[in-house]
Design a protein around this ligand. Structure first.
Ligand SMILES: *Cc1c(COP(=O)(O)O)cnc(C)c1O
Length: 424
């Protein structure tokens, strides 16, 4: 399709968009009385309007039923988390029993490493991407030290090539081959938070498995954003937060995927708590832990029901729309945004370098040349909520659930104003 940088054309794309009405199902922040252009669904997704009712329901059950809500609420609390597993499994391409919702992301990655990073003298290395999200670096480092080893020896990073802004799959595969029998674990962010790159998870997982390593993915920026097939790819484990593209609310609970082949395996170590033991006998309060036969065996505490309520609400929307439709719109709207950036660059005689490779999700990371923070601040003042990363990268993520093509056009016009103003 030949795009045009006009309001009429953008409106035409919106009119043809099957998902256009979903925009009305989210609350948009306002700046100076105007609805913002929201580019930070990669950081905190907007609130679905139905979320409030789900939270109110829990509050009301608590008010009316007290402790009886555990078993007698309309959606009983004791197994509230189980309602999330099925729709989530579809989002990540898993079997429902492979998915659980609990804790928060960094905590869950630690719990996954307890089970799936079991270094031996010979096989102890971890492969990750260079400049991984800080929390991932800290947790890998501390896990290695926990096992009494030196992170400098155990952690190997795949680097970007000089002058390039992305990782090459062939370089990841080469490192895996090089490490071979020393490689205990591959753990990479499926979609990188900084440059927006989507890794070739299927190919990398296959290569990691081929040398006998465990392969896990941090899907913080991937879930609800790109197509995932965790089960079919034979991924060992994965974890993600839900407040980015999943729109579940600030700091909300994390999901985990544990491959079916690891379920019901007694020899896998695990940190255990009472919500991981069999439902049928849990309240007999026996001293023996009998693990659930699902990923719920990794659950330690009873579920944070008030937090899960808006997550469940959001999953209802994912269930309605489906990942295929979301991914379809995401590809078009991101391509349109990229086109707008090119057009505006021509008009102002400058350049906006998109450092995000074509294998990507929703986010475009734009390296600004000759402009900087003041352009970003101008845009924010005009009601564009985007994200700034030092030294001079602007991250733009038009989430397909609630962003419109006209937003992209309007953004282009504001960007042009901002640059021309600076050049004066
Ligand atoms: C957002 C993000 C996190 C956040 O972790 P929390 O434990 O939820 O605070 C971790 N890792 C990556 C790659 C992220 O993008």
């Amino acid at each position: 399709m030949q795009f045009q940088n006009t309001r009429a054309f953008a409106q035409q794309l919106d009119a043809a968009d099957n998902l256009r009405d979903y925009r009305e199902q989210f609350h948009f922040p306002q700046i100076a009385g105007k609805q913002v252009i929201y580019f930070t669904g990669n950081s905190l997704g907007l609130q679905p309007k139905i979320a409030q009712a789900y939270v109110d329901e829990v509050m009301e059950d608590w008010r009316k039923l007290g402790v009886e809500g555990h078993f007698h609420a309309d959606k009983p609390w004791w197994d509230y988390h189980e309602r999330l597993a099925k729709p989530l499994a579809k989002v990540v391409g898993a079997l429902p029993e492979e998915v659980s919702v609990m804790n928060t992301l960094s905590v869950n990655l630690h719990l996954m490493l307890v089970s799936f990073y079991r270094p031996t003298k010979k096989r102890f290395k971890i492969l990750c991407e260079e400049k991984a999200f800080p929390s991932d670096q800290y947790l890998l480092n501390s896990q290695v030290r926990f096992h009494g080893m030196d992170p400098d020896e155990a952690i190997v990073e795949v680097k970007k090539r000089k002058g390039e802004h992305f990782w090459r799959t062939e370089d990841v595969l080469a490192k895996i081959g090089e490490l071979g029998e020393e490689l205990a674990l591959v753990l990479i962010g499926g979609v990188n938070y900084y440059n927006g790159q989507a890794f070739d998870m299927a190919t990398i997982t296959k290569a990691g498995k081929a040398v006998g390593a465990m392969v896990g993915w941090d899907l913080a920026h991937a879930v609800g954003n790109v197509t995932l097939a965790l089960h079919d790819w034979d991924v060992d484990f994965a974890a993600w937060c839900s407040y980015k593209y999943m729109n579940s609310g600030p700091g909300n609970a994390s999901g985990v995927f544990i491959n079916k082949k690891h379920l019901g395996q007694d020899q896998i170590p695990r940190f255990e708590g009472w919500w991981g033991t069999k439902k049928e006998t849990r309240f007999l309060m026996k001293p023996v832990f009998e693990p659930m036969e699902t990923a719920d065996a990794w659950q330690i505490s009873n579920p944070p029901v008030l937090a899960l309520a808006p997550y469940l609400a959001s999953l209802q929307l994912f269930e309605e729309v489906g990942m295929d439709a979301l991914v379809g719109k995401r590809q078009r709207i991101v391509a349109y945004l990229e086109f707008i950036l090119e057009e505006i660059a021509k008009e102002v005689g400058g350049s906006f370098e998109v450092i995000t490779p074509k294998d990507r999700g929703c986010q475009l990371s734009v390296l600004l040349h000759g402009q900087g923070r003041s352009l970003f601040d101008f845009l924010m003042g005009q009601g564009v909520i985007a994200d700034w990363r030092e030294p001079n990268v602007m991250r733009l993520a038009p989430a397909p659930f609630y962003c419109s093509y006209e937003d992209m056009y309007r953004f282009g016009q504001l960007l042009k104003q901002g640059v021309l103003r600076q050049n004066k």
